[in-house]
Design a protein around this ligand. Structure first.
Ligand SMILES: NC(=O)c1ccc[n+]([C@@H]2O[C@H](COP(=O)([O-])OP(=O)(O)OC[C@H]3O[C@@H](n4cnc5c(N)ncnc54)[C@H](O)[C@@H]3O)[C@@H](O)[C@H]2O)c1
Length: 345
């Protein structure tokens, strides 16, 4: 592939950012798909993409791309991924890979049948901090891994604008489920989870899950969509322009050491007429007129995997399938109140 060609499926907030980042990474975006034709025309004009459509299979027939990037609503990921793989394309799919373990493994199987690669957009694996922490764990810097603590809170306002279209476990929790898997590197054998009853069914979700890995490592994964509008913004004036805040922390505990990380640090604080900002500089910061950070690293990695320049070692698709199994088990534990063993295959 000299200049890999890409079709982007789903050009909402994050899909439009993908069009920009894949172009900046040296790919050529040849087509866009979205059922929202107004949005489709707007993004196509902004990025000078000629081929557009509302049906992926039809657009793939017309454009024959090397890669399909899926950044649509979560419920459509599995169907679009299977369509793209069956058409012979490599697939980059935003998190979550699918909304059921059966669909996730089906995607992995179709990819294998067609000898194509699937990279899942678990962006947190690609932050500089997580990359360094994984390397430290791998070289034994914390000794035997014992426990992981992962927490991620989102703005309360986001819950009603997009957080409630699927269970928030698929939206925010899946990031930390995946990070736990990226450190433990084994399957989860047991899950128990609780949702705050005080929050009420229609209110922002507050979930705590406890995971036990096959290796004996335990992890807590917590998420609350309760960050008030008065909290300093972290993403307001970045390329995604999402008013609000993501606040998260990660801890890795081993017999010989502990690593601690803040997803969004307060290393830069801005008090201006726009209010107080603590801009995130790890996920998708503007750097020299381009999108940098974890998103650029993630797309660079995916391109290298798709062109055969490197192995899919940072984000193997089977680990994304394990993450979907765990999310499914957490939702089942929330429903029943009992511990659940994730469905193996
Ligand atoms: N990695 C991250 O940090 C991160 C950040 C934001 C969003 N995301 C993920 O990106 C995806 C999109 O999120 P968003 O915030 O951009 O949502 P959005 O609602 O802004 O955009 C979704 C778009 O997908 C379109 N769509 C729906 N069904 C489709 C289909 N069958 N084919 C093609 N397009 C379809 C919608 O019309 C809409 O334009 C989600 O999976 C979300 O979880 C990831």
């Amino acid at each position: 592939m000299t200049e890999p060609t890409v079709v982007v499926a789903g050009v909402g907030r994050f899909g439009a950012l993908h069009v920009r980042v894949w172009t900046e990474a040296g790919a050529r975006v040849v087509g866009l798909v979205d059922p929202d034709t107004g949005r489709l025309a707007e993004v196509a004009a902004a990025h000078r993409v000629e081929q557009i459509g509302t049906d992926l299979a039809d657009l793939l027939d017309r454009t024959r791309p090397d890669i399909v990037v899926i950044a649509s609503d979560e419920a459509s990921h599995a169907g679009l991924a299977v369509t793209a793989l069956a058409a012979g394309c490599h697939v980059f799919v935003e998190k979550p890979l699918a909304l059921s373990a059966a669909d996730a493994w089906r995607i992995a199987d179709v990819a294998q049948t067609h000898r194509r690669q699937v990279v899942v957009g678990h962006i947190s694996r690609f932050t500089a901090q997580m990359t360094r922490m994984r390397a430290a764990v791998d070289r034994g810097a914390v000794g035997t891994l014992c426990a992981l603590r992962l927490r991620r809170d989102f703005s309360r306002a986001w819950f009603l604008s997009f957080g409630d279209r699927v269970d928030p476990v698929w939206e925010s929790g899946i990031h930390d489920i995946d990070l736990a898997i990226s450190f433990a590197r084994t399957r989860v054998r047991r899950v128990v989870a609780m949702r705050s009853a005080a929050a009420g069914a229609a209110a922002p979700s507050v979930v705590t899950a406890l995971l036990e890995f096959d290796s004996g490592v335990i992890a807590t994964v917590e998420s609350a969509w309760l960050v008030p509008a008065t909290a300093p913004g972290t993403l307001d004036d970045g390329p995604l322009a999402l008013d609000g805040a993501i606040v998260g922390e990660a801890e890795v505990l081993g017999l010989a050491g502990i690593l601690k990380q803040r997803l969004v640090s307060d290393s830069l604080v801005e008090w201006t007429a726009a209010g107080t900002q603590v801009p995130d500089l790890s996920l998708w910061p503007e750097e020299d007129g381009r999108v940098g950070g974890a998103l650029r690293r993630e797309i660079g990695y995916a391109l290298a995997v798709f062109t055969g320049e490197r192995q899919p070692d940072v984000m193997p698709v089977e680990q994304a399938c394990w993450g979907v199994e765990v999310a499914e088990a957490i939702i089942e534990s929330l429903r029943t109140g009992a511990p659940v063993e994730p469905a193996g295959r």
